[in-house]
Ligand binder design. Structure first.
Ligand SMILES: [Zn+2]
Length: 148
């Protein structure tokens, strides 16, 4: 199981994991390019599903379990979602200038993905091809996002 950052077309890297022992599992994955983080939280049954996929989490492969049907279903669901295809189009996705990326890097980790999305949506709606610190300033005052 892999997670792909749609904006960056990059495979997200595993960040942290908790296996409290009651069968629940929490895992976080981060986009190495934009810093977006997603978390996977599963109940005991879903944890078994993840385990059945032989997913390597936190440097350890969970033992495979007999959920063959589900595994096949998941594995054939969206082939392209799990590949790192450099040729996929990223039409209408605004770019980030070096200055804007630098500013974004100062946003706290846990909200950076959300903040980036807000600016990206703002730029996209207005047909802005590249997000710069100036664009961020305008967006911030227009959207009332002081502090972001
Ligand atoms: Zn990304």
């Amino acid at each position: 199981m892999k997670f792909l950052c749609v904006d960056c077309d990059r495979q997200m890297t595993f960040e942290e994991r908790q296996l409290p022992g009651d069968g629940t599992l929490a895992a976080a994955f981060r986009c190495p390019k934009c810093g977006r983080v997603i978390a996977l939280l599963t109940n005991p049954m879903e944890t078994q599903l993840v385990a059945s996929l032989g997913v390597k989490i936190g440097g350890r492969t969970l033992h495979e379990q007999p959920l063959e049907t589900v595994r096949t279903m998941v594995a054939t669901g969206r082939d392209d979602a799990f590949t790192d295809d450099r040729h996929r189009t990223t039409d209408n996705v605004p770019g980030w200038s070096a200055g804007a990326q630098e500013r974004l890097s100062r946003v706290p980790n846990f909200v950076r993905g959300m903040v980036k999305r807000i600016y990206a949506d703002y730029a996209k709606e207005r047909g802005i091809a590249e997000i710069t610190p100036a664009v961020m300033d305008v967006a911030r005052s227009e959207l009332g996002l002081e502090g972001m």
